[in-house]
Design a protein around this ligand. Structure first.
Ligand SMILES: C[S@@+](CC[C@H](N)C(=O)[O-])C[C@H]1O[C@@H](n2cnc3c(N)ncnc32)[C@H](O)[C@@H]1O
Length: 212
């Protein structure tokens, strides 16, 4: 029986990782060319940003996690790396090509092709079952009505004390104060990274009076 030399076997791994990354980047660029406002970025988020986005998740506490705007799955991977069981995660993605890719890469995770603004019509969990919502949605490209609908849906599903985590390419929260007051929400900056293109800030939204 012939064996490949060890150096050949180890050298194959980075190349396949490179191919996966290159495919992710091409898929993202193609999605952006088709629907620039919906995709809102020409490249996927970095793993450094992904780590900031999942820092609130407690994999042991039994609560479910909802990811909005899964794209090519950078945050999905980081959520699963926290140790959260895959059956506790649902990923929402309205681009059918991205949804197909997410199902292929994460076969044990439920992928919902439902718009985030009506996601409660499709979730497996009930209102109050969710500990964290991780959002990669392009809120800056969305209008006031969508902000109200998306945050309203997310907080319908989040339990008391639950957090909505959102990144943005601006230093300021992507939702204005009047909308937060209308929904009884507050927001704090949860992190920032320059190791992303473009550099990004992470915000945590929560119900007023619950945390600061
Ligand atoms: C900026 S990309 C982020 C993708 C990925 N989370 C990342 O960080 O690389 C935004 C994603 O949200 C999806 N999206 C946009 N509007 C949506 C909506 N209303 N409901 C669900 N997904 C949406 C887009 O198709 C796209 O995949």
């Amino acid at each position: 029986m012939s064996h490949k030399p060890k150096s050949c076997r180890t050298a194959a791994l980075p190349r396949s990782e490179f191919r996966t990354k290159a495919t992710e980047y091409m898929d993202f660029l193609a999605a952006w060319l088709q629907k620039p406002r919906q995709t809102a970025s020409v490249v996927p988020s970095s793993r450094y940003l992904a780590r900031l986005m999942v820092a609130q998740i407690d994999p042991q506490d039994g609560g479910r996690v909802l990811e909005l705007g899964g794209g090519t799955g950078v945050f999905t991977r980081a959520i699963l790396e926290t140790g959260l069981p895959p059956e506790k995660l649902e990923v929402v993605e309205i681009n059918p090509a991205f949804a197909r890719g997410l199902r292929r890469h994460f076969p044990h995770v439920s992928v919902l092709e439902t718009p985030a603004q009506i996601v409660s019509t499709a979730t497996a969990g009930e209102p109050g079952d969710y500990q964290v919502v991780v959002s990669g949605l392009p809120l800056l490209a969305m209008d006031r009505t969508l902000h109200i609908d998306i945050l309203g849906e997310a907080f319908r599903m989040l339990r008391p004390g639950g957090s909505f985590i959102q990144f943005t390419y601006s230093m300021r929260p992507p939702v204005n104060r009047a909308i937060l007051d209308q929904l009884g929400l507050d927001v704090v900056r949860a992190g920032q990274t320059v190791r992303n293109f473009p550099p990004a800030t992470v915000f945590r939204f929560f119900r007023k009076g619950e945390q600061d």
